[in-house]
Design a protein around this ligand. Structure first.
Ligand SMILES: C[S@@+](CC[C@H](N)C(=O)[O-])C[C@H]1O[C@@H](n2cnc3c(N)ncnc32)[C@H](O)[C@@H]1O
Length: 367
């Protein structure tokens, strides 16, 4: 199998392709992307046969911005016979992988893809049984073994391959299924909830999203993101000239500041979090967030970068580079990750975490 398949938001195939080409080249893997606009996926065909596995194993999935999932796949299986769709798929995986821990029969996140999902669900049961019988799939689910992906792009037409469970998205189709909380004042609440799932490991939630922490929400109204922080029992400074939902103000956990988010300064340096959803030029937001982290006003930040119409990958890279260089210049050891989340549209979400400060005289609040 010499191809890498990546799922992405439909309409962002070019960005996903530009990113895989650039990141593969850094690992000295060369190949070419196959892009079909609005298809919801990209293929990267490696010149060297074994490079597809190398990429999927070593290219850090959490450093990819536009990919929702990454996997090794073989040639497209076409015209699967209606009477037996299972055998060609099993044949494709025989000798390639054994004792996989999970099976996902998937389709692109497009309208056509949605129509295939019913069939995908139907095929999963007999396919799972056959894969178990042949030793390709373990007889029990394991999140420590590779995942088998069968990716239908049209009726009777699929790619078959695998991803590594320690370097993939744990979600079916790369999409976390979140339920809109009816008490939240806006749907964008799901963006911050998804960001927490993607950027903060579940076993660190208590420590990093814990009760009684202080948080600042810049561009907070009507309060979808503040709602998430309140749900985590945080005390929130909500900064926005608009109206905050009364239900949030009634919790007693929210202080509303009707001021410009670019001018707001916290009174104390005790904020665990700043989150920012202001609709502004990405470079202005990146600079503002760099300032917050450099000044030690927060330990972690989550914010959106709205994307321009063109050169979207380049724009994201420039802004991430700005953040990286400012942290470096100021002796801040930080982690920066960016992802186009399922709930993001023309934007990506960035997470910055200050690990420790190397600036003489500045002490981490936790010291
Ligand atoms: C996309 S909405 C935020 C939605 C919010 N995150 C939620 O979940 O409900 C953007 C908000 O940013 C606010 N905003 C834009 N520029 C701002 C600024 N310079 N200072 C403060 N708020 C600003 C707007 O008033 C608007 O309420």
């Amino acid at each position: 199998m010499n191809k890498v398949a990546l799922y992405c938001r439909p309409g962002f195939e070019k960005e996903c392709a530009a990113e895989i080409v650039a990141k593969a080249a850094e690992l000295e893997v060369h190949g070419f992307p196959r892009v079909k606009e609005n298809s919801g996926y990209v293929l990267f065909e490696c010149y060297q046969f074994e490079d597809a596995d190398k990429l999927v194993r070593t290219l850090k999935f959490n450093e990819l911005i536009f990919a929702r999932q990454i996997m090794v796949v073989g040639e497209l299986l076409r015209h699967l016979p209606q009477e037996d769709r299972v055998s060609p798929i099993v044949g494709m995986l025989t000798g390639v992988i054994e004792n996989a821990g999970d099976l996902r029969v998937e389709a692109p996140d497009t309208n056509e893809g949605k129509e295939l999902l019913k069939f995908c669900r139907k095929l999963t049961v007999p396919l799972r049984a056959a894969l178990r019988k042949s030793g390709i799939l373990l007889s029990y689910e394991s999140d420590k073994r590779p995942v088998i992906h069968v990716f239908f792009i049209a009726s009777g037409c699929c790619y078959v391959g695998y991803s590594y469970s320690n370097n993939n998205s744990p979600f079916y189709m790369g999409i976390p299924r979140l339920k809109f909380p009816s008490a939240a004042p806006s749907r964008s609440t799901l963006k911050l909830e998804e960001a927490f799932h993607v950027f903060i490991p579940a076993d660190e939630w208590e420590e990093r999203l814990g009760s009684g922490m202080q948080a600042v929400d810049l561009g907070a109204c009507p309060g979808g993101w503040t709602y998430q922080l309140v749900q985590h029992s945080m005390m929130v400074h909500a900064v926005d000239n608009g109206e905050m939902a009364q239900s949030l103000m009634d919790t007693g956990q929210v202080t509303h500041h009707r001021v410009d988010g670019f001018k707001f300064e916290p009174v104390r340096n005790n904020n665990s979090w700043v989150v920012c959803d202001m609709v502004e030029k990405p470079a202005r937001i990146a600079q503002l967030m760099a300032d917050w982290v450099v000044k030690g006003w927060c330990r972690e930040a989550i914010f959106n970068l709205k994307l321009p119409m063109k050169k979207r990958y380049e724009e994201v890279c420039q802004n991430l580079e700005l953040l990286r260089s400012q942290l470096k210049e100021n002796g801040i050891n930080g982690e920066i990750h960016a992802k186009q989340l399922y709930h993001d549209r023309e934007e990506v979400t960035v997470h910055v975490r200050r690990i420790w400060s190397a600036v003489p005289g500045r002490r981490d609040e936790r010291d």
